[in-house]
Design a protein. Structure first.
Length: 348
């Protein structure tokens, strides 16, 4: 158990390494050819429009965050307030970097498809999307691990809830408020473009493209970040109820540390899978990461010897079941919505 718990001290460094990996991935995507002058011009308009909205949204949010931080400090203590503002800023950073990666990857994916074919286009698109995922996972891990080490005493877990609340605040505006705004802009611009200007849906001349980028990238990234850190902190809070087992508090952090490393393996596996069918490649890459997560987690949980549970490996079985259910939901959704499967063909 001692050796397993000592892994916790490496969590912030693993998070930092994951963030560096995300930045290296972003730089690789940014270095890819962006196409001709017209493609570059359109991509620049999309990028400018996306960040104009994002800056406006974050500016308005800053005032809200300041007020809530002061109220939390007065009512619940400044540890909670500090965790809150750190969580909010972390989510904003993830949204900003994810947007940068998305607006760089879109035109480069099109150019890769035109010049190099399906395999290269899949790689550019996948790596561009993986930047957001890796930033969310690494920043969330660093934030929770460092704040957990910084806080002390019985209020540790309670104050950490502020971090999750800060992430939720950004998700509330970015996904609910910003999502409604961008979806209205998307649908409205599509309708006006079709009816008045004869422009097809998702045509690059239609500003609805910009609204799509903002809603689907920054909003979804904030939503994922909130779910990620909220789940980790909630599980740590449950673990804190077992007074005789401090490992139950630290286990969620150790598991997501292993998961971050496994995610890198899954992302890198796309270098091999890119030659296969794109749909199957996108299905197999997460499975590669899951296998790595299961192997590492098995040895960690078995080394901790959780005698407080009916089964010593109970936390591992629960984690595996939750992961497989999540994978099944994704595959089931794809089966009923993808054009290559029977349900959609039957409807068509």
């Amino acid at each position: 158990m001692e050796s397993s718990l000592s892994m916790l001290s490496y969590s912030p460094f693993v998070g930092a390494a994951g963030f560096i990996f995300a930045m290296l991935t972003y730089m690789w995507v940014a270095k890819q050819p962006a196409g001709n002058a017209k493609m570059i011009s359109i991509a620049k308009l999309i990028e400018d429009g996306s960040f104009t909205f994002l800056r406006k949204e974050y500016t308005i949010l800053s005032g809200f965050l300041a007020v809530v931080t002061i109220l939390l400090g007065v009512k619940l203590g400044w540890n909670t307030a500090i965790c809150y503002i750190v969580g909010a800023l972390s989510s904003m950073i993830c949204g900003f970097i994810g947007m940068k990666a998305a607006t760089k990857a879109n035109v480069r994916t099109a150019e890769a498809a035109a010049q190099s074919g399906q395999g290269k286009a899949l790689l550019v698109a996948f790596y561009g999307g993986s930047v957001m995922g890796m930033v969310v996972a690494s920043v969330g891990l660093m934030g929770v691990a460092l704040l957990y080490k910084w806080l002390s005493g019985s209020s540790t877990i309670e104050a950490l809830n502020g971090f999750a609340m800060g992430a939720s605040s950004i998700a509330l505006f970015a996904r609910v408020g910003g999502g409604i705004y961008t979806k209205a802009a998307d649908v409205g611009a599509d309708l006006v473009g079709k009816v008045e200007a004869g422009i097809p849906e998702d045509d690059p001349r239609n500003p609805a493209t910009i609204a799509d980028n903002v809603g689907d990238t920054a909003g979804r990234g904030a939503d994922i970040f909130e779910s990620y850190v909220g789940s980790v902190i909630a599980t740590m809070f449950i673990g804190s109820t077992y007074a005789a087992a401090s490992g139950a508090v630290m286990l969620p952090l150790i598991i997501v540390t292993i998961g971050l490393v496994a995610s890198v393996l899954g992302i890198l596996s796309m270098n091999i899978l890119k030659a296969s069918d794109p749909a199957w490649a996108l299905r197999l890459a997460p499975i590669v990461g899951l296998v790595g997560l299961f192997i590492g987690s098995y040895f960690v949980v078995s080394g901790m010897e959780f005698t407080i549970f009916p089964y010593a490996m109970g936390p591992f079985y629960a984690m595996v079941l939750g992961s497989l259910v999540g994978l099944f939901i994704g595959l089931a959704t794809e089966y009923y919505t993808a054009g290559e499967f029977a349900p959609v063909k039957k409807i068509a």
